[in-house]
Write a protein that binds this ligand. Structure first.
Ligand code: 5GP
Ligand code: ZN
Length: 132
């Protein structure tokens, strides 16, 4: 597992921080998949959402709201994908818990239906499935 020593999220420049409190902070994703793609993390280097303390949990969700309001004002997106890749099997590449806050814009892809279901493209479009 990546330790705090070589974890990119444990070494975010102060200028990159868009929100923080004692326990959590937020900054833009370094390789954004949409305009405004932001990450919200606990300051403590833990890999999983399920290791949060109750107070970290509260702060993280509060920060999510703050970031949402800021993004609404700054970029007026039309929707959001909010997600956590929790564990290697789920695709996590930076083993410091982070919530992806991904603003979505009408027309930013051909058909946005299904959202996070597209981790398995062959199963995503359930509305086309006549087998059940
Ligand atoms: P994961 O695959 O673990 O869910 O997501 C890791 C995210 O961290 C990716 O979206 C990637 O673009 C972002 N990322 C990786 N390294 C850095 C970095 O050094 N700085 C920032 N701001 N984002 C990073
Ligand atoms: Zn870390």
């Amino acid at each position: 597992m990546i330790s705090a020593l070589n974890c990119p999220f444990c070494h975010i420049d102060d200028q990159q921080i868009i929100f923080q409190d004692e326990l959590v902070m937020s900054f833009r994703d370094g390789f954004p998949i949409s305009r405004g793609h932001s990450l919200i993390i606990p300051k403590r280097h833990i890999p999983s959402f399920f290791e949060l303390t109750e107070q970290e949990h509260k702060s993280l969700l509060y920060a999510l709201r703050i970031i949402k309001n800021d993004l609404d004002k700054e970029l007026t997106p039309n929707g959001y994908n909010i997600g956590i890749n929790d564990g290697l099997a789920a695709g996590q590449t930076v083993m410091h818990l982070h919530i992806h806050m991904i603003p979505r814009y009408t027309g930013d892809c051909t058909d946005p239906r299904g959202g996070v279901r597209w981790i398995f493209p062959e199963k995503a479009a359930y509305w086309l499935d006549n087998s059940t």
